[in-house]
Design a protein around this ligand. Structure first.
Ligand code: LMR
Length: 348
């Protein structure tokens, strides 16, 4: 009798656990509905879009424009809820939130995808991209598709959709002007993520600490780190000029984004709505690329007018930094893959 009771209790427990597990993650089992799937303005399909920059940044403006376009094109049947400034999730957890379906869309700086695939650190390889035109050629290329449509993403229920641009990164710090390679020695910099950036600073005989975007201002202010690297626009919209004294225009690496969605969620979006969302994303992507150039140019002016010392490195000074960073290619060329590095170089 007791044994039966125990077995029944265990069966109930197993069923309850299975039911909980089923709720955790959306599954792709149900096919996408035709038409608008019965969604209305009053009962819209909600897409949660989380990102870490401010609303006035390149990414913030493009994300808001995307939300507006979707609302217009679907007559309000789809609502994109944008959560900027790490409001919902910061760097450390937005990817996990995407995988678990707690948010449906993110636009991280691609190096932060290193947790899933080391090749995303292509973006940090020193002086790999020549100019914006080269970057855009890459975004449109089959080479880019090999990482945006990779098995590694699919295995994590993630679908990569498009690339959004931000810009070239530059160094700043609050100790002294960074002009020659020796100037980096002994300083400590904030890094976004991954081993490539760590190696970059090591090659310059500097230290680094991985700090989330949301915590970087405080880290600079409190002196946890002496400096950082970022685009004109991220530097300016985060107001780093308040906590940094010297800015060197070095263009030593890129900071760009890709839009990633939770695949099971995406695959279930009714066909008409999906078409409108994809059209909106195409428009927002064109806008994001234009905004990147405009907003970075404006921010550069703001930085120059802010009173901090701006050093425009000469071609020879950049060449010297590039030569010092060569070991990064030796150490990480294999992990990033020759196909990707040479593929990008061939697009010049
Ligand atoms: C950073 O952490 O510096 C950037 O990834 C922030 C961003 O999303 O542009």
């Amino acid at each position: 009798m007791k044994k039966w009771l125990l077995m029944s209790l265990m069966a109930v427990l197993v069923l309850a656990l299975a039911a909980c597990g089923g709720d955790k993650k959306e599954t792709a089992s149900a096919p996408a509905a035709e038409g608008d799937g019965g969604y209305t303005k009053d009962k819209p399909l909600v897409i949660k879009f989380s990102h870490v920059t401010s609303i006035d940044s390149v990414k913030g403006k493009a994300a808001d424009a995307f939300a507006k376009l979707v609302e217009e094109k679907t007559d309000g049947k789809v609502k994109v809820e944008v959560y900027p400034s790490s409001q919902l999730y910061g760097d450390n957890d937005e990817l996990d939130a995407l995988v678990s379906g707690n948010v449906h869309m993110i636009a991280p700086s691609v190096t932060k995808m290193v947790k899933i695939d080391p090749r995303w650190q292509y973006v940090d390889m020193p002086y790999l991209f020549e100019n914006e035109e080269h970057v855009r050629k890459f975004f449109d290329s089959d080479v880019a598709k090999t990482i945006l449509e990779s098995d590694q993403l699919a295995a994590n229920d993630i679908k990569g959709l498009v690339f959004w641009e931000n810009g070239f990164k530059h160094f700043s710090n609050n100790k002294h002007p960074l002009v020659n390679v020796e100037d980096f020695k002994g300083l400590k910099f904030r890094a976004q993520a991954g081993k490539v950036l760590e190696a970059q600073f090591k090659a310059l005989k500097a230290g680094s600490a991985t700090i989330s975007f949301g915590e970087t201002y405080a880290a600079l202010q409190q002196g946890t780190v002496d400096g950082q690297e970022n685009t004109f626009n991220n530097f300016d919209t985060q107001k780093y000029q308040e906590v940094q004294k010297y800015f060197s225009v070095s263009e030593h690496g890129r900071l760009d984004y890709a839009i990633f969605v939770n695949k099971p969620f995406w695959d279930k979006i009714p066909s008409d709505l999906l078409k409108a969302i994809e059209d909106s994303l195409d428009e927002a992507t064109t806008l994001a690329w234009d905004l990147a150039a405009e907003e970075n140019a404006k921010s550069y002016e703001n930085i120059k007018n802010s009173g901090i010392e701006v050093i425009e490195l000469t071609a020879a000074q950049k060449e010297a930094i590039k030569a010092e960073l060569e070991p990064v290619y030796e150490e990480f060329g294999k992990a990033i893959t020759e196909d990707l590095i040479n593929g990008i170089r061939d697009l010049k």
